[in-house]
Design a binder for this molecule. Structure first.
Ligand SMILES: *[C@@H]1O[C@H](CO)[C@@H](O)[C@H](O)[C@H]1NC(C)=O
Ligand SMILES: *[C@@H]1O[C@H](CO)[C@@H](O)[C@H](O)[C@H]1NC(C)=O
Ligand SMILES: *[C@@H]1O[C@H](CO)[C@@H](O)[C@H](O)[C@H]1NC(C)=O
Ligand SMILES: *[C@@H]1O[C@H](CO)[C@@H](O)[C@H](O)[C@H]1NC(C)=O
Ligand SMILES: *[C@@H]1O[C@H](CO)[C@@H](O)[C@H](O)[C@H]1NC(C)=O
Ligand SMILES: *[C@@H]1O[C@H](CO)[C@@H](O)[C@H](O)[C@H]1NC(C)=O
Length: 412
């Protein structure tokens, strides 16, 4: 109790510092940051930061013509050499898979009711010039999906690592084009059965009104129909429309997923919040199924992205852990929220702090940490017991561990 109270006082002091000296922190570089503190109502700490800036990629601009048959789509080369550079390939992998094994009547795992052969093509991910009037950038990345007579070509890139364990990911993006497509940014952990998939999604359906965005902790359906509480169809506040540039943010943290648009919290789902290490995926697609709908032959739709900014933990020591943050303390605490220059972190304090804070329920970034019924405290809405559960069995102050089913008890 005493320890917790001290932590809360430390957090309260941090909040005061953050809110009163906003935007006056010195810029720094990632090499000098031990950890990153995010600025939501619950503080979260992350050990790594990566910024992908697509606003000045003039040297890589090339808009390939759409591939005209499934094999050509799958076999296509990259649109520019950037996609062969270490900056890209160390993090992302362009996809070539197709849905032939998941078409209607053939899909226990995905639950897909696809009616159109969909083929992911590297030629559908490219940089183009920003031709907006008063353009905010020289270039941006486009992810394209095209409806051909006999198939759909689509765009997807996935993180090479499947070991991201909690993150705060942001993009400046818009969706354009024909009805019948989906554009998405999500975390994904595959499984042998649909009900075991873990996934936190931001999805735009181009047949929906431009003010509607779908936020989901999958799976959102099972054999009995829709799963209540897994998904939210949010009408965006104010004049927010997905066909204009918007600053989207998804915070996947222990026990809940939170989505923001232009800094405003628009959706929180704690039900089925992903618990285990996952991939990060972006895509633009359509398969003639009931979720996407059909695009008309010859039409195209796009997810366009100016930049992607992400702070994260990753259970792979090579990617996730910073040796400088050992002994449980974080010496140089940085922020990607309080900066005036997106992508460039600022230094908030060099006073060492214990980064676990209110989130002691999970320490996935620490290599070699013991697993198995640990005597630590999970945050509100976090898991605290269940078959195969190896995490914390305590609950944060003010919450108790409540049985939900054999596999899942939650701090409430
Ligand atoms: C854009 O990139 C070019 C190199 O391709 C560089 O010379 C220039 O300074 C960059 N401009 C901005 C605004 O970053
Ligand atoms: C589609 O994927 C299957 C394997 O799932 C593969 O055998 C087939 O060659 C692929 N087709 C195309 C056009 O890439
Ligand atoms: C989301 O809500 C909008 C507005 O009510 C509606 O038109 C749209 O069909 C809904 N989308 C989904 C996927 O439920
Ligand atoms: C976090 O900081 C960003 C950038 O300063 C701001 O746009 C956003 O409103 C802040 N979000 C919260 C939840 O405080
Ligand atoms: C898409 O079109 C196919 C026929 O090409 C049809 O079987 C399917 O039901 C359509 N899907 C939707 C969601 O309307
Ligand atoms: C990320 O990892 C650090 C270092 O292990 C840990 O203190 C922090 O609580 C983790 N963040 C989240 C959101 O779990």
């Amino acid at each position: 109790m005493g320890v917790l109270r001290k932590l809360w006082i430390a957090l309260a002091v941090t909040s005061v510092i953050l809110s009163t000296v906003l935007a006056e922190f010195p810029t720094t570089s990632d090499a000098k940051c031990n950890c990153y503190l995010t600025n939501t109502t619950t503080k979260n700490w992350f050990s790594r930061h990566k910024f992908f800036d697509f606003r000045n990629m003039s040297q890589y601009v090339n808009v390939p013509g759409p591939a005209q048959n499934p094999s050509a789509a799958s076999d296509a080369g990259v649109a520019s050499s950037y996609f062969e550079s270490a900056d890209w390939t160390n993090f992302w992998s362009l996809q070539r898979w197709n849905n032939s094994l998941m078409m209607r009547g053939n899909s226990d795992v995905t639950g897909s009711d696809a009616t159109v052969l969909m083929v992911n093509s590297p030629s559908n991910v490219y940089f183009e010039n920003n031709k907006d009037t008063k353009a905010a950038s020289k270039t941006y990345m486009t992810m394209r999906t095209v409806r051909h007579q006999d198939f759909q070509s689509a765009a997807e890139f996935e993180s090479g690592s499947g070991n991201y364990h909690y993150l705060s990911i942001r993009m400046l993006a818009r969706t354009r084009g024909a009805s019948g497509a989906i554009t998405a940014m999500f975390t994904y952990r595959g499984a042998q059965s649909l009900q075991s998939v873990q996934e936190a999604d931001l999805e735009v359906r181009t047949r929906d009104p431009s003010s509607s965005i779908q936020y989901t902790n999958q799976p959102s359906w099972n054999a009995n129909g829709d799963i209540a509480g897994a998904t939210k169809n949010i009408t965006q506040p104010g004049k927010v429309n997905w066909n204009d540039w918007q600053y989207h943010r998804m915070d996947w943290t222990p026990g809940s997923t939170n989505w923001f648009v232009n800094g405003q919290l628009v959706s929180t789902i704690s039900f089925q919040a992903p618990r285990d290490p996952s991939q990060i995926i972006f895509n633009a697609w359509s398969d003639g199924g009931s979720w996407s709908g059909n695009m008309s032959v010859g039409s195209e739709a796009y997810l366009q992205i100016q930049w992607i900014d992400v702070v994260y933990n990753n259970t792979d020591p090579a990617i996730g852990f910073k040796p400088t943050a050992t002994n449980g303390k974080c010496g140089s605490i940085c922020s990607i929220d309080e900066t005036k220059t997106v992508g460039t972190p600022v230094l908030i304090t060099t006073t060492p702090q214990n980064p676990s804070g209110g989130q002691s329920g999970s320490n996935p970034g620490s290599p070699g940490s013991p697993s198995g019924g640990q005597a630590c405290f999970a945050a509100k809405y976090g898991q605290c017991a269940g078959k195969n559960w190896n995490g914390c069995t305590g609950c944060a102050a003010g919450t108790t561990c409540r049985f939900q089913n054999d596999y899942y008890s939650q701090c409430l």
